[in-house]
Design a binder for this molecule. Structure first.
Ligand code: ADP
Length: 165
């Protein structure tokens, strides 16, 4: 089976991530979207929430599984029997970062290849941090995150910022 792992923080999942997931699910027999839960890496949304939101958004994609992992991506990929790791590229700065990461992963495990998909142009400005910034200032997030989770993200930030001013 042609299996691929798409690792990331998904803090929270955006339409840019979903675009990649949809496109990759059409290429591979099975795609595992893997939410990184390393203790040292701080996230805005708890791991369980990131996982739950992703599962909700991937429900209709039959060959997509959402899982959580801790530790090195390549070790996780091998443990799942995958020889392929997917990452996305939006900009030249993404390329520089992703190239270093891919080479480090190849050094660790030459059997696992990193493959890249270029962002669709309408999503190339989108990142989880842009979404968090917008939500923190009560923007409606339309066209930025999947509709299924838009309200949940907005309420999370609404509660977080309540009473701040
Ligand atoms: P990480 O902390 O591992 O970078 P992210 O959730 O920020 O986790 O991103 C996971 C992957 O998805 C990265 O390869 C990133 O470049 C890619 N990605 C994020 N947003 C987009 C987008 N709008 N279009 C294409 N790829 C994206």
């Amino acid at each position: 089976m042609n299996l691929c792992v798409y690792p990331g923080s998904f803090d929270p999942v955006t339409l840019g991530h979903m675009d990649l997931i949809r496109r990759a699910s059409g290429i591979y027999d099975r795609l595992i979207v893997a939410v990184g839960c390393n203790i040292g890496k701080k996230s805005t949304f708890p791991a369980e929430t990131r996982l739950r939101m992703l599962r909700k958004c991937c429900e209709s994609l039959e060959n997509v599984e959402v899982d959580a992992f801790e530790g090195l991506t390549v070790q996780y990929a091998l443990s799942r029997g995958a020889r392929c790791v997917l990452r996305g590229l939006r900009t030249v700065s993404d390329f520089e970062f992703e190239q270093a990461l891919a080479l480090a992963n190849r050094h660790l495990c030459p059997d696992v290849e990193t493959v890249f998909l270029i962002s669709s142009p309408q999503y190339s400005f989108l990142s989880s941090s842009v979404v968090r910034e917008m939500a923190g200032y009560s923007q409606d997030l339309k066209g930025c995150v999947p509709e299924e989770i838009r309200e949940e993200i907005l309420s999370f930030f609404h509660e977080k910022t309540a009473g701040r001013f």
